[in-house]
Design a protein around this ligand. Sequence first.
Ligand SMILES: Cc1cc2nc3c(=O)[nH]c(=O)nc-3n(C[C@H](O)[C@H](O)[C@H](O)COP(=O)(O)OP(=O)(O)OC[C@H]3O[C@@H](n4cnc5c(N)ncnc54)[C@H](O)[C@@H]3O)c2cc1C
Length: 293
Amino acid sequence: MKASAFAYARATSVANALELLAVHGEKAKVLSGGQSLLPAINLRLIAPELIIDIGELAELRGIVVKEGVLTIGALTRHVDLLKSPEIAAHAPLLADAVAHVAHPAIRNRGTIGGNLAHADPASELPACMLALGATIIVRGPRGKRRIATSEFFAGIYETAIEPQELLVAVELPVPLKHSMHFFHEFTRRRGDYAIVGLAAQALVKDGGFADLKLGFFAVGDRPVLARSAGKLVDVLITSAALSEASSALDQELDPLEDQQATPAMRRHLARILLVRCVSSLLDRPDLRTGASM
Ligand SMILES: Cc1cc2nc3c(=O)[nH]c(=O)nc-3n(C[C@H](O)[C@H](O)[C@H](O)COP(=O)(O)OP(=O)(O)OC[C@H]3O[C@@H](n4cnc5c(N)ncnc54)[C@H](O)[C@@H]3O)c2cc1C
């Protein structure tokens, strides 16, 4: 299949891209790495009248750490996250996760901004943003808006970005010293979208959790920051406590059915990931066998 006819404009600056979006709004689509947009256009799932190519805007690229905040430009590619010393030092969860995003050819072109704007519920990076407490920065006709990740994802392929807005950057608080992370996903083949996955960030103190953020993905119409994590913070972690958190997790997830798995299978896999995460972060192999699942 081929794309239906569309007009093409290469934006010369962020201001120029915003001017084009202000005029064309919903009839236009922004092009970053093209790894999700172009297949959708070629399959005629969408038919924008205008494509606004922002791919050459250097001002949207790069990773900077300043005053305890890690800022990642929207056009920073997946491969840049993988290779960045700043990401390795301050957000290693992202480096671990992005290694599971597709394959090298796609990671060489796909961008963090495009990935988050695309909002695939089975995608790795949105769940990482939840676990890391990220803020998404967008610009539009009324200036800059800062959106907490928990408010950003609105459903399958839906976000809080307005048609005339551009995602320009992501900000992450630099995690406290001694923060730890966990990432794992179940896929049929390496590089596939996840059947279920978990991106977690934690503060471990005296053999327990002083903080625990669990970002599950492919468990519903958007990534989920599990409230059940609260049952594991500031308590003695026993098999019983873990089992209680597992049951609470079961209640709060609302997984979808597709060709890969039933909702029951997804719930089961999410509980397994929870146990593996806790046992691995606390270095407690006994919890894997002790917890009822
Ligand atoms: C075979 C294959 C396998 C894949 N596997 C995975 C996977 O396992 N995990 C995963 O997470 N992803 C996967 N992807 C998707 C890949 O990560 C994409 O790169 C990513 O989802 C989109 O990034 P992009 O820069 O290519 O965005 P584009 O394709 O250019 O754009 C995607 C969408 O976001 C909008 N958009 C782009 N940039 C902006 C912006 N700055 N502001 C506002 N809107 C914007 C576009 O208009 C479009 O609607 C896969 C893709 C392919 C082709």
